[in-house]
Design a protein around this ligand. Sequence first.
Ligand SMILES: *Cc1c(COP(=O)(O)O)cnc(C)c1O
Length: 228
Amino acid sequence: MSKIEDNFTQLQQRIAAACKNTPNRLGNVQLVAVSKRHSADRIRALYQLGQRDFAENYLQEALTKQQELADLDICWHFIGHVQKNKTRLIAEHFDWVHSVDRLIVAERLSSQRDPAKPEINVCLQVNIDAEASKSGLHPNELAQCAAAVSRLPGLRLRGLMAIPAAQASESERRRSMQAMKQLFDDLAGQFEGLDTLSMGMSADLEIAIGAGATMLRVGEALFGPRKP
Ligand SMILES: *Cc1c(COP(=O)(O)O)cnc(C)c1O
């Protein structure tokens, strides 16, 4: 078995075990493979094992790989910080954007999305640990932003995304993720069609599933360590 196949199998077992321990979770847990700083060949190898959803953080790197992989039926997720001047290319080349952190970004994605294409699936990024260095909406900005985004053509508001503080302990991480679930439930009570809580990475996916994540973004556990 190749290394990547081995990783994929082990990850699926981890996810299945965590789901079994969380019988009352929101729904199925979907795996998004984070392929930043890994080659198109590695993506192709994982695709051949059945993975269809891949996420990238850096636009130019993603566009290059998308060209090399144009023959594959990949669902592309953008999870990096969105710079205002990059929204046109993101609107043209991605199916999901998890990292909408201000209204102007959503407005630009909306006006730049080709109306003939399906809507872009959007999550609002929440700065759940109020880190000065991290982008994301403050919880008390969410309802207003969601109301505006949900009215924009070309976008479909699906839910929330968070990246807990890197140095957070397991219990702090659990608390942050439970707070995200509460924010998600509040918002889902106000808006139709919200079904996505995007959180959980290689190191904390069990905690995320336990807290109610529906979408995991996993890089290193699949592809191995990234080059710096
Ligand atoms: C890199 C990255 C991930 C994946 O992290 P791993 O620890 O490699 O699983 C998930 N989400 C975001 C936003 C990332 O930048």
